[in-house]
Design a protein around this ligand. Structure first.
Ligand code: UD1
Ligand code: CA
Length: 452
């Protein structure tokens, strides 16, 4: 049986008080609409149809592969689905309809809903939940025989109906032919809208069977109507992601303060300490210790690394690298195996080769630092002359004395040394020593040096 999904996303979202359409507000690093889009895509196996408002071109950019249908006048959820009729008629046996403002639906819940409808002799099944937190959801009405007979919106419910704990979550699976036939028969609600939910009582009064499937977890019900709900969804999503990582072997001391984007990958036995944010396309290896108080974005971190109280953006750490506290790795920082970086260091667009060390408050930009080199406290690569950026090269095993200013472009050759406070304006030959302002050569490389 072919099933196509229709996602209702044309609502105005007025309660968000925002110039941004509701479905574009970010959740877990992605716009809201991307969540229901991905879930429906996985549940049906084909690209969903999105009902959007006339002024929602921005949505088209976010989920490019969707089919878009514009609802010119927002006349309710039933009217929204009706807009898809001409395009979808004859294309599917089942139509899954999902409200776009429910981003936390699980694929398994939607799949279960589809399965329930496949077994149902009647024309529709819906997702329900039992909860005392009602959040304005429609209440499910059942007769004495426990058969579903309708849905009443909170705004129109009697006090007795308001007490009903079974709620209409906002996911439906219809027999397609029945849906297209019945939609035009919907009448206007007291609010002046065509309610999709009225189809349930229409089916029931025709004596047809209505199927029901329960959502798997209550967090799926977090619908977004205002920013408070958005924050709740963010917390629930984070908790879900953290539980998954803990099940896969990641330790978290206080998961409530760990923020991991859905696009992140983490290796086994890594420990994440409180208040750590791992964002964007980031990969973390095995047995690392991250945090506390660290932000890692769009970066790749190898195995056995330690990141303490630091910020890492668009950078790469190979295995056994340790940084922090208070290190800042910016775009293009590449720290090879065993590099050590201590407090108050900043590295941008530079490679530190294996086992290089920079222990204390240094800035390294547009530089290659050779293997095993030592960058003394307070070293600065002066890479910007006010107009252009210039490169610095530091050789293997070089020793850069404390407070050295390396005025780029400049090259310090292998095993050369700079004295404390040197301002280096010219290249420094291998194994020589320079010092002073501007730096002059105090010792040349001697052949006898090798014998010593
Ligand atoms: C709707 C249901 C309610 C259910 C709740 C759960 C109806 C009448 N009520 O109420 O029973 O408990 O969802 O989530 O359906 N939309 C359009 N075009 C429109 C109006 C709405 O595309 O003309 C979209 C919205 O963008 C939203 C979805 O439909 O994603 C639901 O609309 P909303 O106004 O949020 O309905 P609720 O009052 O939450
Ligand atoms: Ca809603």
């Amino acid at each position: 049986m072919k099933c196509e999904a229709v996602i209702l996303a044309a609502g105005l979202g007025t309660r968000m008080n925002s110039s941004l359409p509701k479905v574009l507000h970010p959740l877990g690093g992605k716009p809201l609409i991307a969540w229901s889009y991905q879930t429906c895509l996985r549940a049906t196996g084909s690209s969903p149809y999105l009902i959007i408002g006339p002024d929602a071109d921005a949505v088209r950019v976010v989920v490019r592969d969707a089919h878009f249908i514009v609802q010119e006048d927002r006349l309710g959820t039933g009217h929204a689905v009706m807009q898809a009729a001409s395009e979808l008629k004859g294309k599917a046996d089942l139509i899954l309809v999902v409200n776009a403002d429910l981003p936390l639906f699980r694929v398994e819940s939607l799949q279960q809903l589809i399965e329930v409808q496949k077994m149902n002799a009647g024309p529709v099944s819906l997702l329900t939940a039992q909860s005392d937190v009602k959040r304005g959801f429609g209440r499910i009405l059942r007769d004495e025989g426990e058969r579903i007979v309708g849905i009443v919106e909170q705004a129109h419910a009697t006090p007795e109906q308001l007490a009903i704990r079974e709620l209409n979550v906002g996911g439906y699976c219809f027999n397609a032919d029945w849906l297209w036939e019945q939609l035009p028969a919907l009448s206007l609600s007291p609010k002046g809208e065509y309610y999709l939910t009225d189809l349930i009582s229409m089916a029931a009064s025709a004596g047809l069977e209505i199927g029901a499937a329960s959502i798997l977890t209550l967090d799926e019900m977090i619908g977004i109507n205002n920013r408070q709900h958005l924050a709740e969804a963010e917390t629930a999503l984070r908790a879900r992601i953290n539980v998954e990582w803990m099940e896969k072997g990641v330790t978290m001391q206080d998961p409530a303060t760990v923020y991991i984007d859905p696009s992140v990958d983490i290796g086994m036995d890594t420990v994440i300490l409180p208040n750590t944010h791992i964002m964007g396309k980031t990969t973390i290896g095995e047995a690392c210790t991250l945090g506390p108080n660290s932000v890692i974005r769009d970066s790749s971190i190898g195995h056995h690394c330690e990141v303490r109280l630091s910020v890492i953006e668009e950078a790469v750490l190979e295995d056994h690298v340790d940084i922090g506290p208070f290190s800042h790795l910016r775009k293009g920082a590449y720290l090879c195996e065993g590099v050590h970086m201590g407090n108050f260091g900043e590295v941008k667009n530079s490679t530190l080769k294996s086992h290089a060390k920079m222990g204390h408050f240094s800035y390294i930009g547009d530089t290659v630092v050779g293997a095993g080199a030592n960058i003394g406290a307070g070293t600065v690569t002066c890479n910007f002359d006010g107009a252009n950026k210039h490169k610095t090269t530091i050789g293997e095993g070089a020793f850069i004395g404390s407070g050295t200013m390396l005025v780029a472009p400049v090259e310090i050759w292998d095993r050369a040394t700079t004295g404390a406070g040197a301002v280096v304006t010219h290249d420094v030959p291998p194994e020589s020593l320079v010092a002073g302002v501007p730096a002059r050569e105090l010792r040349k490389k001697k052949d006898s040096d090798h014998d010593a």
